[in-house]
Design a protein around this ligand. Structure first.
Ligand code: ING
Length: 318
């Protein structure tokens, strides 16, 4: 009997600074209902799905920054989403800003959770690859302050037994790094859920002059990263974006469900709230895991040492 997991991308259109959590959670519930109506068992929401993409703004005041974080999950404003999930029997991936209070210390992460069809938490992931910069760039058209507002994730890349599958998570920039997929591939992952907020304009970086790459490359690199990661690790990849113009700052759409073949099985057409679903045949992973990407038969870790022993590149001497 084929293991089919009907999965949904639940893409969000823009969330502006004026949009409160109540209105956003209402949109998330509407998307969850739509996904359920299309027969999905799992819906993937974007990264930082409860607020505007606030790392684009410079804030001095920590209280203003903390207004974009959740001190509890679920909390009073998000509990209705969990209740609806349990009522309908559909689970979800949700990205949000996590504020963790441990004793006297506060820690802040760019976080995602996986919730089962019973509305209960299955697992948590904290974003490891944080792009952008730390210092204020007053001359830049917008900031990208994830390195300032979040700590790097400390939970690693885990894979959970869920939905009759082996399910992993990552967040946004993680999808550009081969290590993300391979660490989960080495745990037998069959579906990776991820959310993203990807500005159309090139994000500023520390220490280099700001240059704008051709805009068509934004979507190309987004899809290339998903397709390569899926194929090279024989896994489904379900990626949902927050899209559209948030207070005049555009985020790309292109939410997509990518098969272990590397092919795009479904993708969104708009930069609005939009649901797409696909019947993901989890046994398609097995075909590739037993053949071309049979890691046990083909990999040669004795030659891969640089991948974990080095951080930056070390070019050959002149
Ligand atoms: N956003 C972007 C992303 O990785 C980015 C940042 C865009 C980095 C393009 C490099 C190139 O999709 C987040 N939130 O990581």
């Amino acid at each position: 009997m084929a293991r089919i997991l009907r999965t949904a991308c639940a893409q969000l259109g823009p969330i502006n600074l004026v949009d409160d959590r109540k209105s956003v959670v209402a949109r998330l519930i509407a998307l969850l209902r739509e996904a359920h109506g299309m027969g999905a068992k799992l819906a993937v929401f974007p990264e930082l799905a409860l607020t505007t993409f606030f790392p684009r703004y410079w804030y001095e005041d920590q209280a203003a920054i903390d207004g974009f974080f959740e001190a509890e999950m679920p909390g009073p404003e998000t509990q209705p989403l969990f209740d609806e999930a349990a009522k309908l029997g559909i689970g979800f991936y949700l990205g949000y800003g996590e504020l963790e209070q441990e004793g006297g210390t506060i820690r802040r992460f760019n976080t995602a959770i996986l919730v089962g069809p019973d509305g209960k938490l299955i697992g948590k992931y904290r974003k490891i690859h944080l792009p952008g910069h730390v210092e204020h760039k007053p001359d830049a058209a917008f900031q990208h302050l994830e390195k300032r507002y979040f700590e790097p994730g400390n939970l690693g890349f885990q894979v959970w037994r869920a939905y009759d599958s082996a399910l992993g998570m990552c967040i946004c920039n993680d999808r550009r790094w081969v290590e993300t997929y391979r660490v989960m591939g080495l745990q037998g992952v069959e579906m990776i859920a991820l959310g993203y907020n990807t500005p159309s304009m090139t994000v500023p970086s520390d220490g280099v002059a700001h240059q704008q790459e051709p805009s068509h490359l934004r979507m190309f690199h987004h899809l290339l990263s998903l397709q390569a990661g899926a194929y090279q690790n024989a896994t489904w990849v379900v990626a949902s974006g927050k899209a559209g113009d948030e207070d005049g700052h555009n985020l790309i759409g292109g939410s997509a469900i990518v098969a272990p073949t590397g092919e795009i099985a479904a993708r969104t057409l708009t930069e609005e709230d939009e649901v797409i679903v696909f019947d993901c045949d989890l046994d398609l992973c097995t075909f590739y895991k037993e053949r071309v990407f049979n890691f046990a038969r083909h990999r040669r870790p004795e030659h891969y040492g640089r991948i974990t022993s080095q951080v930056g590149a070390e070019p050959p001497p002149e």
